[in-house]
Design a protein around this ligand. Structure first.
Ligand code: 13P
Ligand code: 13P
Ligand code: MG
Ligand code: MG
Ligand code: MG
Length: 370
């Protein structure tokens, strides 16, 4: 049986500021998706959150890019936005960039990660959700999960992983994509994805000779679309999500979480204009308070049956990630002491919004030729 997971998210108003989400928005999400389940449009659902982003996870049989599912998400966000306006939440309706729905939320503001696949006898999946950063923030962990044997022991000790994986990378400036196979093309892959604001992983596929899995069906998906769709002009940092299937010919669930033991640096944070450490947190700690951050990630673990999502398990709610959180706090303090100076503050071309043109305009008569 072919099933689809669609994780669709939007910031439709922060509470307060850009810190978190008001419970009424979660309630509206629950109500709308419960109705859709009762009607039989979806098999199951979960409404989740990270920071100020409302996260709708749909479990259904309509495939990727389904107008039914995308419209359901869109209408739910619209209803939540109405409440956000009523409560004067911050940036109410922020990610609903257009008024007319045209069949697919891509390019309209919300972010989407989708996976369609045949259920295995046991189907563990992790939904990762980040706030205060950009889709390229998944480049480093995806490489480590699917291509780095120092992270993923299975690449060395499980014969079914030894054929490697294929990474689909999007050039979000040129609107092109390329597939690179690891381990053979690891160096070329790293050359691209290290430039994480431009080359962004969209999908990971099993290698061509995988003994258990179809090499044409992705096993990991990131919400990269919006960036690509509106690249060229202003692009928000577009707080990203990812879905990753685990075990039995794929990295184990613990291997999928392991990269987050390192609070690596990502772009986003205050005003989408700073570098900072990504902090893995529990659902309860997913509020971006310190300098609107630091950037955060939560991990929701599921087992999937024919008729339900079993979960979520709050995977970073574990003292084993305390050390990463402590290190992230330390790095945050160190970077913050550098105030408005690069590389804590992003270089001009990467800032989410900047008033520099106005400042330059204001000073234009005071510049003299050298
Ligand atoms: P268990 O023996 O606890 O099932 O663990 C098996 C395993 O492969 C862990 O990665
Ligand atoms: P969000 O993208 O999460 O709304 O954050 C924007 C911002 O400016 C935070 O300081
Ligand atoms: Mg916001
Ligand atoms: Mg956000
Ligand atoms: Mg953002």
């Amino acid at each position: 049986k072919q099933v689809t997971l669609s994780l669709i998210k939007a910031d439709i108003g922060g509470f307060p500021g850009h810190v978190g989400i008001h419970p009424n928005l979660i309630e509206i999400g629950e109500r709308e998706l419960m109705n859709a389940k009762k009607k039989g449009d979806i098999i199951d659902y979960r409404v989740m959150k990270v920071g100020d982003d409302l996260q709708l996870l749909f479990y259904h049989q309509h495939g990727n890019d389904s107008p039914l599912i995308h419209e359901l998400a869109w209408q739910t966000f619209k209803k939540a936005a109405k409440e956000a306006h009523r409560l004067r939440l911050y940036g109410a309706g922020q990610d609903l960039l257009t008024n007319a729905f045209s069949g697919n939320v891509k390019g309209m503001g919300p972010g989407v990660a989708e996976l369609t696949f045949s259920l295995r006898p046991s189907e563990p999946v992790v939904a990762f959700m980040m706030d205060k950063t950009e889709p390229g923030a998944f480049n480093l962990p995806l490489y480590r999960i699917f291509a780095d044997p120092f992270n993923t022991a299975g690449l060395v000790i499980d014969p079914s992983l030894q054929g490697g994986f294929v990474f689909e990378v999007w050039d979000i400036m040129k609107h092109t994509s390329v597939r690179l196979k690891t381990p053979e093309e690891s160096y070329q892959l790293l050359a691209l994805i290290g430039a994480k604001s431009r080359y962004v992983i969209k999908h990971v596929y099993p290698g061509p000779d995988h003994p258990k899995l179809n090499p044409e069906i992705p096993v990991a998906s990131v919400s990269t679309e919006k960036l690509s769709q509106i690249a060229g002009e202003y692009v928000g940092k577009d707080d990203p999500v990812a879905l990753i299937r685990c075990q039995s010919g794929l990295p184990a669930l613990g291997e999928v979480l392991e990269p987050f033991a390192l609070p690596y640096l990502v772009s986003g944070w205050m005003r989408g204009s700073h570098n900072g450490p990504i902090m893995p947190v529990s659902f309860d700690d997913a509020n971006c308070t310190r300098f609107d951050g630091p950037p955060r990630i939560v991990a929701a673990g599921f087992q999937i049956t024919e008729d339900q999502l079993v979960g979520p398990a709050d995977l970073f709610k574990d003292p084993a990630f305390d050390e990463a959180r402590k290190e992230a706090s330390k790095i945050a303090t160190y970077l913050r002491r550098q105030g408005p100076f690069e590389p804590h503050r992003l270089p001009l071309q990467d800032m989410e919004y900047t008033t520099l043109p106005q400042i330059l305009n204001h000073l234009k008569d005071r510049f003299t030729t050298l």
